[in-house]
Design a protein around this ligand. Structure first.
Ligand SMILES: Cc1ncc(COP(=O)(O)O)c(C=O)c1O
Length: 427
């Protein structure tokens, strides 16, 4: 075979691989401009057939394969490219025990900060960039008040895009979260838990720090307050990402979606996307101890007047669950609240027992909010009866909760006298 035809055979082989990858990675999924991509591939191939020079043939082939791979999604554009499109996992033990299919979106596999907050952090930063509020490598700094996950996502994405991150968080959150933030190069302020009326409450402090930065002529760049509780970018990230992904992954066949709420962005965004498409779907809140959202959903009165003014002291130590549960009105919960059909309370003990159950039966090692979600999904399965399909979220890994939540669990071992699922949800 001549050099030329050898190269052609190689080219065809590589193109075949490229096209297979492209197909597997759903390059040609609905919405993708299939026709113009095909036209481009045909142009590239006909350009190849007119080239005699071996070096330019090689280069052309490499270019085509690389571009196919990139477009097929096998090469991601930086860490931001690893956000979204998380797998939907069937939790076998819970499904077998309830007769319902209990599916969980593996949000801990988001690639930057390893939680659903990656979607939100990226949305907030992209929106600020579009509005000219953030300029890379100018000293611009993103400030946020967070119990941890949003801060970790922001810190990672800020690094990737040339910004700094300054995170204010309550000092009773698991220490590994602030350690991780520091390793990501974020400035971390751990403050005493305080009610929202207190200017030193972690969210208020972050807002103040952002303003101080912008006003300070000695500091380079500006301060941007990310404002996850109130910004539209939060629920929109789930409306544009998590919701459509769940719909596609289930083929639109699901009976219920169960989620805890911290800011409320996840449950609202997903509900706003799914409800118009599936009017019969049940959107169910999973709520931990100390949170007012359960009553807000069930009876429309989350707050007594004292709470509305934010005067009630609710310290995070009310519960060992982190990331979900709140006692004040946030835009991100309110924007979808009317679509939330029901709420299920979950105790700390139920969450602890569920976390241990998931490791022992499924090898799934998750944090506290994920365990709450799974307890609520199981309770809902029992209410609905066999034959239903319920989707929930696995938000973050247990590795982020070793010193607090996981430090309180019973030893994992799978011994025979272990509690049953029935005992867990009825405890
Ligand atoms: C681990 C974890 N799970 C769940 C949530 C709740 O998500 P959302 O704020 O969208 O209600 C949070 C919020 O910070 C979180 O940190």
């Amino acid at each position: 075979m001549s050099n030329h035809s050898q190269l052609y055979t190689l080219g065809a082989f590589l193109l075949g691989i490229g096209l297979t990858v492209a197909y597997q990675q759903q390059l040609f999924r609905p919405g993708y401009d299939r026709r113009s991509r095909r036209r481009k591939i045909h142009q590239d191939i006909s350009r190849l057939s007119k080239t005699d020079d071996i070096e330019s043939l090689k280069k052309n082939l490499t270019d085509i394969v690389e571009s196919l791979e990139r477009e097929a999604g096998s090469i991601k554009e930086g860490i931001e490219g690893c956000i979204g499109n998380t797998p939907l996992i069937k939790i076998k033990s819970l499904s077998d025990a309830t007769g319902c299919e209990i599916l969980a979106k593996a949000e801990f596999l988001n690639g930057a900060g390893n939680s659903p907050k990656d979607r939100v952090a990226l949305g907030i930063i992209q929106l600020a960039e579009e509005r000219g509020l953030l300029v890379p490598h100018s000293g611009d700094t993103v400030y946020e008040g967070t119990v941890g996950s949003t801060g970790i996502s922001l810190a990672a994405i800020c690094r990737a895009r040339g910004y700094k991150a300054h995170i204010c968080m309550p000092d009773d959150m698991a220490i590994e979260k602030s350690d991780l933030l520091q390793k990501l190069g974020a400035e971390v302020e751990r403050v005493r838990p305080a009610p929202i009326v207190d200017q030193n409450q972690f969210v208020n402090l972050a807002r103040t720090r952002a303003t101080e930065h912008t006003k300070n002529p000695d500091k380079p760049g500006r301060g941007l307050f990310a404002d996850q509780f109130e910004t539209e970018a939060n629920w929109l990230a789930h409306f544009a990402g998590t919701g459509p992904e769940i719909y596609e992954q289930t083929g639109g066949s699901l009976n219920a979606f169960v989620s805890g709420a911290g800011t409320g962005g996840t449950i609202s965004g997903v509900a706003l996307y799914l409800k118009p498409k599936l009017p019969d779907i049940k959107i169910v809140l999973a709520d931990p101890p100390g949170s007012g959202l359960f009553n807000r959903v069930k009876y429309g009165v989350m707050f007594d007047p004292k709470e509305r003014e934010g005067t009630r002291r609710r310290h995070q130590v009310d519960t060992i669950i982190e990331g979900i549960g709140i006692n004040r009105v946030t835009h991100n919960f309110e924007v979808g609240r009317e679509l939330v059909d029901d709420a299920i309370r979950v105790t700390d003990d139920q969450a602890l027992a569920m976390a241990k159950w998931l490791v022992e039966h499924d090898g799934i090692f998750v944090g506290s909010s994920s365990a709450v979600n799974c307890v609520a999904a199981t309770k809902l399965a029992k209410q609905l009866g066999p034959g239903h399909r319920i989707v929930t979220l696995l938000c973050d890994s247990g590795a982020r909760h070793l010193s607090k939540f996981w430090a309180s669990t019973e030893p994992v071992g799978g011994s025979e006298d272990d509690v049953s699922l029935e005992e867990i949800i009825n405890s």
